[in-house]
Design a protein around this ligand. Structure first.
Ligand SMILES: [Zn+2]
Length: 150
């Protein structure tokens, strides 16, 4: 029997203990992955230290174990992967798939239209920042829209 390439993922933030909503998300992704014969991976979204609760990451893992979840491979901690993320960003910039944006949130709010999920970046810096301004964020170059990371 061939192993499915499907990969389900659960990515809790260790800002507190696992609550019912997160647990139900975990159940959904777990069952989806297992029903497809795929892997179920865990990624700890520990990139916001001021909001994290000490011990929460371990408590989340113990809770998942107590409910019988079995994940594949090692738990990935995002805070330990900065070098990988930096390299991926470097490649996106080098290939032209990411570009610097120098807009402030205020400037974007003044010129952007509102979408379902907030402002839609109007592409102001798509061809480069104006002289004398420096990038504050990276944006992905896509055909029909823009996403950003800060
Ligand atoms: Zn911009």
């Amino acid at each position: 029997m061939s192993k499915s390439s499907y990969r389900g993922r659960f990515a809790p933030s260790p800002t507190g203990l696992l609550h019912a909503g997160s647990l139900s998300t975990a159940v959904g992704s777990y069952l989806e992955a297992r029903s497809r014969g795929g892997q179920w991976l865990l990624r700890m979204e520990d990139l916001d230290p001021p909001r994290e609760m000490p011990g929460a990451a371990d408590a989340i893992l113990r809770t998942l174990e107590a409910f019988g979840f079995e994940w594949d491979g090692e738990v990935v901690y995002q805070s330990r992967r900065h070098d990988l993320y930096r390299e991926a960003l470097r490649q996106l910039i080098a290939s032209g798939h990411a570009y610097a944006c120098c807009c402030t949130r205020k400037e974007i709010a003044a010129t952007a239209r509102r979408g379902l999920d907030g402002y839609v970046y109007p592409g102001t810096c798509r061809k480069g920042c104006p002289d004398g301004r420096e990038g504050r964020a990276w944006r992905l170059r896509v055909e029909d829209g823009e996403w950003t990371t800060h």
